[in-house]
Design a protein around this ligand. Structure first.
Ligand code: RB5
Length: 142
């Protein structure tokens, strides 16, 4: 799969680490839409860019990282057909796929360590949507 990923300055280091993990460990392609350094940067333009691409179904999954993941998830969830899940552990990453069919994983670079983030990404990308009653609920979102 090709995964689209973006961050602000507060998520930059985790984004760089996850790019290596996604390509070398999981064998996925990565589209990095920035930011490309640690200089202070606003998170909304990056979140809009990733959410636009996910809403248009040009990528199967996106990853957004800011300091807490909160700003990124708020912005991304304004886009139709985007279900951005702010997750803090492996269970929420798994359930966001099983129950919510989340298509963007949002995380906090100042909250989550690299090892946990890697396992959350692994879980998120490998867990299928359960469908059934959850499908009905997702149809009620938009
Ligand atoms: C930046 O300081 C911080 O506010 C931002 O990364 C994010 O956490 C906002 O939700």
């Amino acid at each position: 799969m090709k995964i689209i990923i973006g961050s602000d300055h507060a998520g930059f280091d985790l984004k760089e680490d996850l790019k290596i993990f996604l390509t070398r460990e999981l064998g996925h392609g990565v589209e990095d839409v920035g930011v490309y350094g640690r200089e202070s940067a606003d998170y909304p333009p990056v979140a809009h860019r990733v959410a636009d691409e996910i809403g248009a179904q040009r990528y199967p999954f996106g990853i957004l990282i800011c300091g807490t993941g909160i700003g990124m998830s708020i912005v991304a969830n304004r886009h139709k057909s985007v279900r951005a899940a702010l997750c803090h552990n492996i269970l929420t990453a798994r359930l966001s796929r099983q129950h919510n069919n989340a298509n963007i994983l949002a995380m906090g670079g100042r909250i989550i360590g690299i090892s946990l983030a890697q396992e959350m990404v692994r879980e998120f990308l490998s867990t299928p949507f359960e469908g059934g009653r959850h499908e009905r609920r997702i149809k009620q979102i938009d």
